[in-house]
Ligand binder design. Sequence first.
Ligand SMILES: [Zn+2]
Length: 342
Amino acid sequence: MTTTSKQELLVGGVSIAPGKRKQIEIPVAKLFDYTEMTIPVEVIRGKEDGPTLFVSAAIHGDEINGVETIKRLLARKKTLARIKGTLIAVPIVNVFGFNRNIRYLPDRRDLNRCFPGSDLGSLAGQLAHIFMSEVVTKCTHGIDLHTAAIHRNNLPQIRACLNDSETERLAMAFGVPVVIDSNIRDGSLRQAAADNGIPMLLFEGGEALRYDEKVINSSLRGILSVMQAIGMIAGKGVSLSQQKKEAFIAKSSYWVRAPHSGSLRVSKQIGGRVKKNELLGVLSDPFGGGRVEVRARSTGIIIGIVTLPLVSSGDALFHIATFEDAKEVGDRVEEFDGFIEN
Ligand SMILES: [Zn+2]
């Protein structure tokens, strides 16, 4: 792992000197009409040495909540003017999907299954390669912002590989109540970062194609808290009381799938605590008949929920995380929810 030093920092061929802040457009590939597509990047380099952190969003082009989070992070001009080390902000990684309001690349590839990519690969592979070589491999730490997929909603949560102690420290510092110790998926940015020895967090929260104030708030606070934990910003002047509270690590999680097709009336909300066999919702036919109950398999907290109530048999409806003490986590989620609403 390297830290920022007085040596030259080049991103997209642009040099950023200590104490400077620059917006850079990294070329990717042209559209059919030869419109240039570029990845927008802002680099903020402190006068003093320190870690190099990337914060990215919209690897899935329709997951726009993190784009707004990064805008608000970049608006904290006073805080960022005093950082130690370097912040590389990449509000939109999948610029192709973002411009079409879709998760994927134009060829339907999922960018987060194409890392580390290659300069001779598919468009997704090339984009992954550019992001890795121009941003990720220049960093000591990373945070990647996501939302649920279309027609789903996620409770603010961190997903990280906690068998790395620095990653675990960042996950705890981020300060959302729920942390999922999740295995790395093949071809994901998280795996590519881990292969390069870069501790990285994946934040999940909210819905695709929507801004959610609570989620934006919690992710912004989380990023600032991690910056504090790794010594980029001083503790004072940043209100982070929420982050002092404990985060709970999920033992595991499971999906409750629709046992039948129909329209779903849900009886539990995101963040809610459920007991084994508790009623989560009811499926029925267009007349309200043929009722089929949907129940929890075991006690836990709802961390993901379907938002489109028209479902086919087998569709994933509720994502439930299980904990040593679900009651304590439930209370903490409620408290957290109240806090970030203010
Ligand atoms: Zn995503």
